[in-house]
Design a binder for this molecule. Structure first.
Ligand code: F3S
Length: 249
């Protein structure tokens, strides 16, 4: 039998809601998602939460825990003081569907707007060859589990709903960087797209996205800053500009 702890959970939908207090059993080794499941089983059967793998790999149980964007399944209850009230609220940047479940379709829309990998002409699948260093570079970005915590925390859209149409967000800047750095991607316009269509210029390098990434991807240092530099080089360096015209890269 574990100890009783204070838990506070946001209940409601997009039009109204409030925080609800619970006293709930917590056992050694449990994570916040375990406690939410216990609440569903014992006190609040209609409490809505999205989850899937409970292993930090599906990116479903994103929520805000004591105001910080976290994965419910990767946040141990032992990280809080026994007397502390743990407050769980939905992601703030996306509309609430119910309780802890938000509508993250903004991200799917931004994903659709980004053109996929374009294979080089005359090279069949299975014939792709690239240096190990290039494989490793994109491997870091491909660890993304699409939890959208980085999208949720970025102030450009968290505090400015009006920026959403013009700003793709950190998750899609790493995707753009991954493709732009891919030696076999045949598209030559990814840098221009990052500026003109994804709004990478709105990012002022606050690095909040990097801080919350559960996969520890260096979103800002390894993707956003290099992508900004590449875009600037392409636009304002006359040699790079000329090279891009001649070599189409
Ligand atoms: Fe936002 Fe990350 Fe830039 S949090 S402002 S995209 S460094």
């Amino acid at each position: 039998m574990g100890e009783k702890r204070n838990f506070r959970v946001w209940r409601g939908d997009d039009s109204s809601g409030q925080l609800q207090d619970f006293q709930v059993e917590v056992n050694e080794g449990e994570v916040v998602l375990d406690i939410i499941h216990r609440l569903q089983a014992t006190q609040a059967p209609d409490l809505a939460v999205r989850w899937n793998c409970k292993a930090g790999k599906c990116g479903s149980c994103s929520m805000e825990i004591n105001g910080k964007p976290r994965l419910g399944c990767m946040t141990r209850m032992s990280t809080f003081e026994p007397t502390e009230t743990v407050t769980v609220t939905p992601l703030r940047t996306f509309p609430v569907i119910r309780d802890l479940v938000t509508d993250v379709s903004f991200n799917y829309q931004k994903a659709r707007e980004l053109p996929a990998f374009a294979p080089p002409a005359g090279v069949a699948p299975g014939e792709y060859r690239m240096q190990q260093v290039d494989v490793e570079r994109s491997q870091e970005f491909r660890k993304c589990i699409e939890c959208f915590l980085c999208q949720n925390v970025c102030h450009v859209i968290r505090d400015h709903e009006e920026n959403k149409p013009a700003f793709a967000g950190p998750r899609f800047f790493i995707r753009a960087a991954e493709l732009d750095m891919h030696p076999l991607d045949a598209r030559t316009d990814r840098k221009d797209m990052a500026v003109e269509e994804q709004g990478i210029g709105y990012c002022n390098i606050t690095k909040c996205c990097t801080e919350v990434c559960p996969e520890h991807i260096k979103i800002t240092d390894n993707a956003i800053i290099p992508m900004k530099e590449r875009a600037v080089d392409r636009r304002y360096d006359p040699i790079a500009w000329l090279g891009s015209k001649i070599f189409r890269r």
